[in-house]
Design a protein around this ligand. Structure first.
Ligand code: GDP
Ligand code: MN
Length: 378
């Protein structure tokens, strides 16, 4: 789950990170009132859960409250990368002397979080990584010891931060790590962290990505969820308790078990296809869940073939077969379906599907190849 800039910055501030003292508006009038209270120049910032709002015209400077109102009315009507802007953040405008990147994410290979810092802030870190990899500094954080003083000094000296700002930088780095840890985040990022006109550090932009599997520990943060965050299908999947992620390909995949789902996607790729989604219907999924899953996959217009790969264990193949038949009554299946059922009650499952119009396969390789061929032919 992603948090908005204003939500992320407020969480950072609770941990001692300095942020501009602004507020959120849902109407141009509110924006004006906030700007009047701030006084002077303000920045009007769209609150949508995508990066690159600046480039998309969703971040604008206003000289006074009247201009803030006018810009807010313009930005509140925008769509940024497909997401409607429903809120704007009005912050006092900062004079920017320098833009720094500071973030923490999980390094799965290292098995611990890594703090990333760059003197080339303001732009996407992915872009810096591609064009200027030497400008990116990393410090792995041992969760037992936490972020150590020498690591903070390594980063500060590595980006040539003026000495007099090292103390401030340390406070911000520690505050960012505390927020990352405290929210069970998978990403916490300040971009840019600026040196302002007074020569102080200030977190001008903020981003937190939380680990959905830890959300049950944070009901207060869950309450901040923006329903516009996900595609409609991902919302439906969450409600049906399905792990679903929409992708760019054209082969819909319905699989039980996350590992098998990943393996299935790899094999689809191996045979020259491209998966339209990741979907794990979970262990012991009954017909209802299977039907919900099929409905969600087929609602994606890119899907040209459906690959069902079930390894029956706790999940019974006859339950899955019933779910498929159930779903076929509810949604019109207008793409070829390739089904591979093995494991618990596979004979019963296959018998149930014998009369349905679908392609069967016994091995996964065979199923993937048939799905790739079917998608190409469709
Ligand atoms: P993003 O494009 O979604 O990452 O949004 P940001 O909040 O990072 O804003 C994009 C860019 O707008 C920043 O990198 C700054 O260059 C600029 N910007 C944001 N806030 C201010 C501000 O208060 N003053 C000035 N001068 N520029 C700002
Ligand atoms: Mn930014």
């Amino acid at each position: 789950m992603k948090l908005h800039e204003y939500q992320s910055k407020r969480l950072f501030a609770k941990n001692g990170v300095p942020i501009p003292e602004g507020d959120v508006a849902e109407t141009p009038e509110q924006a004006r009132a906030i700007a009047e209270k701030i006084g002077g120049r303000v920045v009007v910032k769209s609150q949508v859960l995508v990066g690159g709002r600046g480039k998309a015209g969703g971040v604008k400077l206003a000289n006074d409250a009247a201009e803030a109102e006018q810009l807010a009315s313009q930005i509140l009507g925008m769509d940024i990368k497909g997401l409607p802007v429903r809120k704007v953040l009005i912050d006092p405008a900062s004079v920017i002397e320098h833009e720094i990147y500071l973030g923490i994410t999980n390094d799965r290979a290292a098995g611990m979080p890594v703090m990333i810092c760059s003197a080339a802030g303001g732009v996407d870190i992915e872009e810096v990584a591609a064009t200027d990899p030497d400008k990116i500094l990393r410090e792995h954080i041992d969760p037992v010891f936490g972020l150590r003083g020498y690591q903070i000094r390594n980063l500060a000296s590595g980006i040539d931060l003026p000495r007099e700002l090292w103390r401030q930088f340390g406070k911000i780095a520690n505050g960012l790590y505390a927020t990352y840890k405290g929210t069970d985040a998978t990403l916490a990022e300040i971009n840019p962290l600026i040196i302002d006109g007074d020569g102080n550090l200030l977190a001008v932009d903020g981003k937190i990505d939380m680990d959905d599997n830890a959300l049950f520990r944070h009901p207060d943060l869950e309450a901040m969820r923006d329903p516009d965050e996900d595609a409609e299908s991902e919302k439906e999947a969450r409600e049906a308790d399905l792990a679903y992620i929409q992708l760019d390909g054209n082969i819909g995949c319905m699989v039980n078990g996350a590992g098998l789902a990943m393996g299935t996607m790899d094999i689809v790729n191996f045979f020259g296809g491209s998966p339209a989604n990741f979907l794990d219907i979970g262990g012991g999924a009954g017909p209802d869940k299977v039907a919900a899953a099929m409905k969600i996959i087929l609602s994606d217009e890119n899907v040209k073939a459906l690959l069902i790969n079930i390894f029956g264990g706790i999940t019974r193949c006859d339950d899955v077969a019933n779910g498929i038949l159930e779903a076929m009554k509810m949604v019109e299946v207008n793409v070829p379906m390739v089904v591979r059922l093995v494991g618990t009650n596979e004979e019963e499952g296959r018998a149930l599907l014998a009369d349905a119009d679908m392609i069967t396969a016994t091995s996964l390789a065979e199923a993937a190849q048939k799905a790739v061929a079917a998608a190409a032919g469709a």
